[in-house]
Write a protein that binds this ligand. Sequence first.
Ligand code: ADP
Length: 184
Amino acid sequence: MTRREFDGVTIECTQGDIAAQSDLDAVVNAANAELRTGGGVAGALHRAAGPGLEEECRPLAPITPGQAVITGAHRLPNRYVVHCLGPVHGVDEPAEQLLANCYREALQLADGHGVASIGFPSISTGAFGYPVEAAAQTAMDAVAGALSGLGRIRLVRFVLFGRGDFQVYAGALERLPANGSVSP
Ligand code: ADP
């Protein structure tokens, strides 16, 4: 676990399973456009949430790259799931902007629902093929840049499945300037 605080908001990185973050109000799904279950993060979250999650998602689909939508968490130990569609590497452009939009939109949507703590997986770096170093930098800059516009959120946790990904995200967190502000 590694963490830093920026003006009352903590950003932390941990190695673990996004479907097992029982102390967080909301978790983010690295969704597919149809908001269906699948492999990776979507599979883990839908399996743990049960079929009610897919049912609630159906009328909200399809979503477009960079977009986020929010649902209940069903049998997950959280209040909400925010579903983000990351860019497919080499297909959806401008990729960096679309990836940053996922993080910003997810934070704004969750904040508007009164969420105080939220967990993100490494969006787009699995099946969607985005290189993890570039994705981590974009993710961290987007989160840090969005903090000043949030009212409720006090904890943002990156939940990384593998040790290598954890180290990459932790490095990006350490590189953030002390005031957290990053030019957009
Ligand atoms: P995308 O389709 O956006 O690339 P994936 O779900 O395929 O999303 O993968 C995103 C990242 O999440 C990958 O680094 C993958 O290893 C990781 N991951 C897979 N399962 C989990 C899980 N249960 N908790 C946290 N991270 C996970």
